[in-house]
Design a protein around this ligand. Structure first.
Ligand code: PMP
Length: 378
């Protein structure tokens, strides 16, 4: 029929390196318990709803004009927020933002990657790192995790020695470090970040800290390493701890010279007036927006304990999710949980599933559903 003829024709016209690929596709299903994309389960507090609505109302009459291309007020607000929450002095000139941290990652790869360059990441990590990289024609090298560890509990850890050896072998132009790592959950030692940076003298080193606010005590941010390292970048997002995934606002912190280079690749006016107003209004209530972080961490820690008691092997987590192994049939268990109204994530690693930490009631629903399946699914 004509639809399949068109599909064949388009496939033939497509860039050769994109043919046969499948798009990012975490299922978006309307089920009672959604624990598959590491969003916050808590709705925006009413005080913030009102502040955001008021801020949007103020910009609507001016929607005939383009937004501030430099999003100056938003950058100042983000710099202030980081300075307060991380105890590292951040200036507006060091901050860049986009429609989600996915877009700031894209800007980085567009500016520093190209078809004869390569990026290195340590797999499994965030699945969009290779996808974003390859859309620019930059090669992505899948580095390994778990080298040098015998214990299954450390199967997804990245040792400094292993990371440095792989960096030397690949000689990358871009390095992706993900800390805390998605989907496995554990944060990196800052020693590893520094060693990777020093071992890759011509690379832009990106530390994706999408989940930094959930880290266990004593896990410092790579923000503390930025001074004097103009090739180092820390990316963050308002989608996770800040509970604003639908607002689409991600950002990065780096040397002002690196930030300046990103202007070469961004589309003019990429952050709409509405996006800027929403993000600024929410940042004005940062305490409220971050108010559920401790409760979410408690559910995370509770899931780690209860999953171990059930015979699964959860990985230590600094994020708002738990990656757990010893699942006999990961896809079958994923489906059986879904049949019970609980959506978790099957990231395609045999015998492992990932579950987001949400409300206490969601944890109950998830654990109860899993208990119903046991022991056949262990
Ligand atoms: N980095 C990591 C590690 C993530 O897990 C995600 C979201 N799943 C992102 C970046 C992108 O999130 P956003 O575009 O919403 O900021």
């Amino acid at each position: 029929d004509s639809a399949s003829r068109a599909a064949v024709q388009i496939e033939g016209l497509l860039r050769p390196d994109l043919r046969g690929r499948t798009a990012y596709g975490a299922p978006q299903l309307d089920v009672p318990v959604q624990l598959n994309t590491n969003e916050s389960s808590y709705p925006v507090p009413q005080v913030v709803v009102d502040a955001v609505a008021e801020a949007v109302t103020k910009v609507v009459p001016d929607l005939n004009r383009y937004p501030d291309r430099e999003f100056t007020a938003l950058r100042e607000a983000l710099a202030g927020y980081l300075t307060c929450t991380s105890r590292v002095a951040v200036e507006a000139a060091q901050v860049w933002a986009g429609n989600g941290s996915n877009e700031v990652l894209l800007h980085l790869v567009q500016a520093f990657g190209c078809p004869d360059r390569r990026a290195l990441g340590f797999t499994p990590a965030y699945s969009m790192h290779p996808i974003i990289t390859e859309t620019t024609g930059t090669a992505f090298v899948h580095g390994r995790r778990g080298e040098g560890f015998d214990d299954v509990a450390h199967r997804f850890d990245l040792s400094t020695a292993s990371a440095v050896a792989q960096v030397r072998e690949v000689d990358p132009h871009l390095v992706f470090l993900c800390s805390p790592n998605n989907p496995t959950g554990t944060a990196l030692d800052l020693d590893t970040v520094v060693a990777v940076h020093d071992a890759a003298p011509r690379a832009v080193v990106i530390v994706d800290e999408a989940y930094a606010e959930f880290a266990r005590p004593g896990t410092p941010s790579a923000l503390t390493l930025l001074a004097g390292r103009p090739r180092l970048v820390v990316t963050r997002t308002m989608s996770k701890a800040f509970a604003l995934a639908g607002g689409r606002l991600g950002y990065l912190v780096a040397d002002p010279a690196l930030v300046d280079a990103l202007r070469l690749v961004r589309m003019p006016y990429h952050l709409s007036s509405v996006t800027q107003a929403v993000a600024r209004a929410a940042l004005g209530h940062a305490d409220l927006m971050l108010g559920t972080v401790e409760a979410i961490k408690q559910q995370r820690d509770r899931m780690v304990i209860e999953l171990s008691a059930m015979g699964f092997t959860p990985v230590a987590s600094d994020a708002n999710f738990v990656f757990f192994g010893n699942v006999a049939d990961a896809h079958g268990t994923w489906q059986s949980l879904l049949d019970r109204g609980v959506l978790v994530r099957d990231v395609g690693i045999p015998h492992y599933l990932r579950v987001t930490a949400g409300t206490p009631a969601e944890t109950d629903a998830f654990l109860d559903a899993l208990r119903e399946l046991a022991p056949t699914h262990r």
